[in-house]
Design a binder for this molecule. Structure first.
Ligand code: MEV
Length: 448
């Protein structure tokens, strides 16, 4: 495709067909490109229309595998966990770890709290002492002035929890903030939080203008927005067993030695941000897959976790490992704001199926499930890293991608899989084996 893109005025106003025509025109072979985009449309028009409406300017659908990881035991309850992810080894790693822990007490999950945060950022150029003195009155005015917005949430046990006044004027002249905490129960709550904040800003301006102690010229609202950093929306998830349970986890391993090496690997991620980043990425392999399958916002979830991982001043591991005598404990502490109502949850047909597969959990239960998937993936990754190395498992899964890339036909797949069962996999190795196979077989179904 040549670079034929130019300023496209009014593109969003075009129909989907018209958009496809325009985009097709950017390709050397527009008909083929348009057909390619159309071939991923859902055959059911109603479903297609609904999916298209999730985003502006959609011209096709982007498919990812919808997988399941069976054998998760979480707080004594078995689950098959839906996972949407493109990386070939993630679901295998989660499933293996889940099965290992299933008969060893499973995953334990505790919801520490579920608070959400929002902020009204403002510049204050008036009498600060008076604002501080009158703040309780202002707070009451703000909370009662949003009762119409918070009514339903309050009926569900949520609402505005508190409003604090924060002062950042030592870093930026006049900069202050209303720091608001919310309980949003089963919804992630983004729209609820932002609506309350924008109302607070209006009410704050009105209150300020009506107070004779102030000049009337000293309040500027800069912006109102939720914060994705929710350190009080927290799940703790852990697994535990005696170290001897790890005997022969990988053939030939001594359990105590495995536990020691595993703990050292976690320590490295606690000490070194380079390792911590990859370690935590492995945790989010599992979490994001569940977050996507449950129609939640994986960008928010990741941003929150990574910010939390840096809250002690340096970026560090989200998991911790302790060995106390013979007892091994592996724990994940994670802030994660998830919803089971609102957003995509009630719309996307596959999200509805995910929720049903999980037994229609509430938000707290879903937090535990996502955390268990994260801990399972972290366990699987660190286990491989300190034993066989990561490539063995990765490349085994990648073998199927390589075979696809090399157009290996069905009749030869079994031979390839068998051959690479205990050999290391590489693109060149697979290519060579397939070429040799073809020479012996003198059969021509490959194109490599
Ligand atoms: C790959 O997606 C994730 C790992 O790199 C995680 C880790 O190194 O812990 C295997």
């Amino acid at each position: 495709m040549n670079n034929r893109a130019s300023l496209l005025n009014g593109f969003s106003k075009l129909t989907r067909e018209e958009k496809l025509e325009v985009i097709g025109g950017l390709f050397d072979n527009s008909d083929e490109a348009i057909e390619g985009f159309k071939s991923f449309e859902h055959p059911d028009e109603v479903i297609q229309e609904m999916i298209s409406e999730f985003s502006e300017n959609s011209i096709s659908n982007f498919h990812l595998p919808y997988s399941v990881a069976p054998n998760f035991m979480i707080n004594g309850k078995p689950y098959v966990v839906p996972m949407v992810i493109e990386e070939s080894s993630v679901v295998a790693a989660a499933s293996n770890a889940a099965k290992f822990w299933f008969s060893r007490g499973g995953f334990h999950a505790e919801i520490v709290d579920t608070q959400k945060v929002g902020q009204v950022h403002f510049i204050w150029k008036d009498d600060k002492e008076t604002l501080i003195q009158r703040f309780d009155e202002l707070k009451h005015y703000l909370i009662s002035g949003t009762e119409d917005i918070t009514e339903n949430m309050r009926k569900r046990g949520g609402g505005v929890l508190d409003i604090e006044l924060k002062d950042f004027s030592d870093q930026e002249e006049g900069l202050m903030q209303l720091f608001v905490t919310f309980e949003t129960k089963d919804s992630m709550g983004a729209n609820f939080v932002n609506s309350c904040l924008e109302r607070f800003a209006d009410l704050f301006k009105r209150w300020y203008a009506s107070q004779s102690e102030f000049s009337g010229e000293g309040l500027e609202i800069v912006m109102c927005i939720l914060s994705n950093l929710t350190p009080n929306c927290m799940v703790k998830c852990w697994v535990e067993c005696e170290v001897k349970e790890f005997d022969n986890l990988v053939p030939g391993t001594d359990g105590a030695d495995f536990a020691r090496r595993f703990r050292t690997a976690v320590r490295i991620a606690q000490i070194d941000p380079y390792r911590a980043t990859t370690h935590n990425k492995g945790i989010y392999n599992g979490i994001d897959a569940v977050v996507l399958a449950s129609g939640n916002d994986f960008r928010a979830v990741e941003a929150c976790g990574h910010a939390y991982a840096s809250m002690n001043g340096g970026y560090s591991s989200l998991t911790d490992c302790q060995i106390d005598g013979d007892k091994f404990t592996f724990t994940l502490h994670l802030p994660i704001a998830l919803g089971v109502v609102g957003g995509l949850t009630n719309l996307h047909p596959l999200v509805k199926l995910s929720m049903a597969m999980l037994g229609n959990p509430d938000a707290r239960e879903l937090m535990g499930i996502a955390a268990a998937a994260g801990l399972a993936n972290n366990f699987g990754a660190v286990k491989s890293l300190v034993t066989t190395g990561i490539q063995q498992g990765h490349m085994k899964m990648h073998l199927f991608n390589i075979m696809k890339q090399l157009d290996v036909c069905n009749s030869e797949k079994d031979r390839v899989v068998e051959y690479f069962k205990d050999r290391s996999v590489s693109v060149s190795g697979v290519r060579k084996f397939v070429e040799e196979l073809r020479m012996v077989q003198d059969a021509g179904c490959m194109n490599i």
